[in-house]
Design a protein around this ligand. Structure first.
Ligand SMILES: Nc1ncnc2c1ncn2[C@@H]1O[C@H](COP(=O)(O)OP(=O)(O)OP(=O)(O)O)[C@@H](O)[C@H]1O
Ligand SMILES: [Mg+2]
Length: 250
């Protein structure tokens, strides 16, 4: 089982979109996937169409429940979810003074054994306690990045938080890869910039990149992963290619 945190404090860089559609592609290829909504916005929970649940990630971290207690099966092949909703926004305050509050999610994972091939944790657009909790229990981090020079600057901050987490709480944390998302080949990814990105990230940059694709937006309105909305869409094919690349990387 590999736990992957989908993480970037930049808002709207396709973390949730990547978590859902990568999960769908992995699920269809036969891998068992758990997606964890680690964001009080609850975007992941909503866009996978899960409305009925007994527990959220918040309960796992506050009530001594295990992750297993909060898992809900979805109608999509091999995908289960741990939901979140607005109550989770209390988390930062509730645990501000609790000792070792970086380990709450890890503890919830360790309480009961769960068996998935991949766990994808969809993080919020912040480097706050909830994100640190994800980094503490993750094996690796997948960083979606919209290719712009400003977004690169924000990445330095993210890398700092990784380093701090590695040094203090989780020395096995790795960078799984950097994924270029929402690429508009006409305007935001010149050949020069692409070369520059390759130089910075080296092998960590996924060969696959996700282009702007209107079917992605439509599928979210229909509350389905793209694979179940339009399996011939370019977006789905790109997420399938990402899934293959990820499996190959091991
Ligand atoms: N490849 C794409 N093509 C077109 N639209 C996209 C693509 N990827 C994501 N989007 C759209 O961009 C918006 C932001 O995506 P998403 O919610 O996945 O980002 P996020 O990083 O999870 O945001 P937040 O930081 O708020 O959690 C959404 O409206 C989504 O539909
Ligand atoms: Mg999101």
């Amino acid at each position: 089982m590999e736990i992957i945190a989908v993480c970037n404090q930049k808002g709207g860089c396709a973390k949730t979109t990547t978590a859902i559609n990568l999960a769908a592609a992995l699920g269809l290829s036969g891998k068992k996937v758990l997606v964890v909504d680690n964001d009080a916005q609850g975007n992941l929970t909503q866009s996978i169409g899960v409305k009925e649940y007994k527990h959220t990630i918040y309960d796992c971290m506050t009530e001594d429940l295990s992750i297993k207690d909060a898992v809900v099966k979805t109608e999509f092949k091999n995908i289960s979810i741990v939901p979140a909703d607005l109550n989770y926004s209390n988390m930062e305050m509730a645990f501000a003074r609790v000792e070792k509050n970086e380990f709450l999610l890890k503890k919830a994972f360790e309480k009961d054994k769960i068996q998935y091939d991949y766990v994808l944790i969809d993080c919020s657009p912040s480097l706050s306690l909830t994100t640190v909790n994800a980094l503490v229990c993750a094996d690796s981090v997948l960083i979606p990045l919209e290719p712009s020079i400003f977004n690169l600057q924000g990445l330095a901050q993210l890398i700092n938080v990784f380093k701090l987490t590695m040094n203090n709480y989780n020395n096995k944390l790795k960078v799984k890869g950097v994924l270029l998302t929402r690429v508009d080949s006409r305007s935001n990814l010149s050949d020069d910039f692409a070369e520059q990105l390759k130089e910075i990230f080296g092998k960590k940059l996924f060969d696959t990149m996700i282009h702007q694709n209107v079917a992605i937006v439509r599928s979210q309105i229909e509350k389905k992963p793209l694979a179940y909305f339009d399996k011939n869409s370019k977006g789905h094919k790109e997420y399938v290619s990402l899934a293959k690349e990820m499996i190959k990387r091991g």
